[in-house]
Design a protein around this ligand. Structure first.
Ligand SMILES: [Zn+2]
Ligand SMILES: [Zn+2]
Length: 86
């Protein structure tokens, strides 16, 4: 199975800031219930990596680097391919 590490946005109290909470280009919240985005988080489904930073671009870059460190195909499949080749 492929690992995923979806980006999520959060308010300062840790509650999720959903996509419906629109923001101006200067990051001012437009939604009445939104106190503003405090940080962006990514948690990998492998369970061994997570990141929490205020900079969304940095989280996204680190996330991609982490996902690239995972093997592309599942171990079982690689074992099958190795058997085929021998
Ligand atoms: Zn919000
Ligand atoms: Zn991972």
């Amino acid at each position: 199975m492929a690992y995923r590490a979806p980006l999520t946005n959060h308010h300062a109290d840790g509650s999720p800031c959903p996509a419906e909470h629109k923001h101006t280009s200067s990051c001012k919240p437009l939604h009445p219930d939104c106190p503003g985005r405090a940080y962006t988080q990514a948690i990998c489904t492998c369970g061994g990596w997570e990141m929490k930073q205020s900079g969304k671009g940095y989280v996204n870059e680190s996330r991609r680097r982490h996902l690239a460190s995972h093997p592309k195909e599942p171990k079982v499949l690689r074992d099958l391919l190795r058997l085929d080749g021998s």
